[in-house]
Design a protein around this ligand. Structure first.
Ligand SMILES: *Cc1c(COP(=O)(O)O)cnc(C)c1O
Length: 395
């Protein structure tokens, strides 16, 4: 089929919730995607921070194929080996004690919010609890997740949302304290804000929020759906900061392409939280996606992904700082590891379009911020190539 026919037919059939780029992608290899005309794109978007292993990883593909031949789905009424393995590996890598696998990041947030409410309900014997969330946060599009998302534009048409959510300023402990009441059961935040524009938390802020939570028996929820799974150079951002949450969510790179997320908690929380009948999912964490999760953890270890993020991330930081210094239109570089943003003095749509023409995929995070969340296999040579294309696009 001709490219324009694919685009035309897709536009007729699909609900228009995205303004898609006029590219029809076909297959991938390593750091590169190929469209149906055979044009090659260096990928610094990774399907929105999902494809950590890049494209066409053979061991990953074979693990999926083997599981397809065996068993895709049985529901959560039964045990399977892949689900057990994914659970054991997740708990070990995250430092949490118990995990629940979901179909998406949004559903991981829903589970985390319910877990926090149930904890407080068990403790106090009554309901009516509040959540404190951050301005410019992003936690997902379902009603619960949208309720804690600090972006008026996403929320407005869907009001009223979930009751009892108060917003504080990120990296401002006084603002958080102002929003905490006797009814607060949890504080939810992204250690590195993603969609909101790549804003890392100040280490001191996280320590202060942790102390506040400890003092008042409030649960701290870290949304590591984007910044978790190696992006910062640690498996989870909390390990980078040394501030441990009570509840952790992740998704995106967890399955490296299959739809899977997770929320996890410490034993202390689990003892008073969700129990049989409180929560469930039909698909969530089925043997197929868990075979992927299990293989992802193995490959992160055997491919030394975290070491690579540290090395390439440090190089990316240096290269982006240089670009920022040399181009007046770039106001600031922010981020860590392989999760970085460049803030421009103008909307970045045109720059993204020119990069596509020149064979590179990038995405934004807010209108003026170019977001870089490449596969975690990126090498310094890929960073050089990216910088070269981006510099040409800026010119
Ligand atoms: C992407 C994202 C979500 C939502 O995840 P989905 O898989 O799209 O439902 C939630 N929180 C953060 C921080 C995200 O980056």
């Amino acid at each position: 089929m001709e490219k324009n026919d694919v685009i035309g037919c897709a536009e007729q059939a699909l609900l228009h919730t995205y303004n898609r780029y006029p590219i029809v992608l076909d297959h991938g290899e390593g750091m590169y995607l190929y469209d149906t005309d055979g044009k090659k794109y260096l990928d610094f978007a990774a399907g929105i921070a999902v494809c950590a292993l890049g494209y066409g990883n053979e061991a990953y593909g074979n693990a999926l194929k083997d599981q397809i031949d065996k068993l895709l789905h049985v529901s959560n009424y039964y045990y399977t080996e892949p689900v057990m393995e994914a659970g054991v590996k997740f708990v070990k890598a995250s430092g949490m004690d118990r995990v629940f696998f979901t179909n998406s990041g949004t559903e991981a947030i829903e589970g985390a919010l319910k877990a926090a409410k149930k904890y407080a309900y068990t403790r106090d014997g009554q309901a009516g609890f509040e959540i404190v969330a951050m301005e410019h946060s992003f936690h997902g599009r379902s009603v619960g997740a949208l309720s804690v998302t600090g972006n008026a534009h996403y929320r407005e048409p869907f009001l009223p949302l979930m009751d009892g959510v108060r917003f504080a300023r990120f990296n401002d402990i006084e603002s958080v304290k102002e929003q905490v009441t006797a009814k607060t059961c949890a504080i939810i935040l992204e250690p590195v804000q993603g969609e909101g524009g790549i804003y890392p938390a100040d280490p001191m802020f996280l320590q202060q929020v942790r102390a506040l939570c400890d003092e008042k028996d409030i649960l701290l929820i870290f949304d590591e759906i984007q910044c978790g799974m190696g992006r910062t150079g640690k498996m989870f951002a909390w390990q980078y900061y040394g501030v441990k949450p009570d509840i952790l969510t992740t998704a995106k790179a967890l399955g490296c392409g299959v739809p899977v997320g997770a929320f996890a908690m410490t034993e202390r929380v689990a003892e008073k939280s969700l129990s049989p009948g409180d929560h469930g999912t039909t698909y969530g964490g089925n043997p197929f996606v868990c075979a992927a999760v299990s293989k992802v953890f193995d490959l992160f270890a055997s491919m030394k992904i975290l070491e690579n993020v540290e090395k390439t991330g440090a190089y990316l930081t240096k290269v982006l700082d240089r670009l920022a210094a040399e181009n007046d239109c770039i106001k600031e570089r922010r981020g860590m590891g392989l999760m970085q943003g460049l803030e421009f003095d103008r909307p970045v749509g045109q720059i993204i379009a020119r990069c596509q023409e020149k064979g590179m995929l990038l995405i934004n995070a807010g209108s003026n911020i170019l977001r870089m969340v490449p596969p975690l296999i990126a090498a310094p040579e890929d960073v050089d190539r990216m910088a070269q294309i981006l510099q040409e696009a800026i010119r």
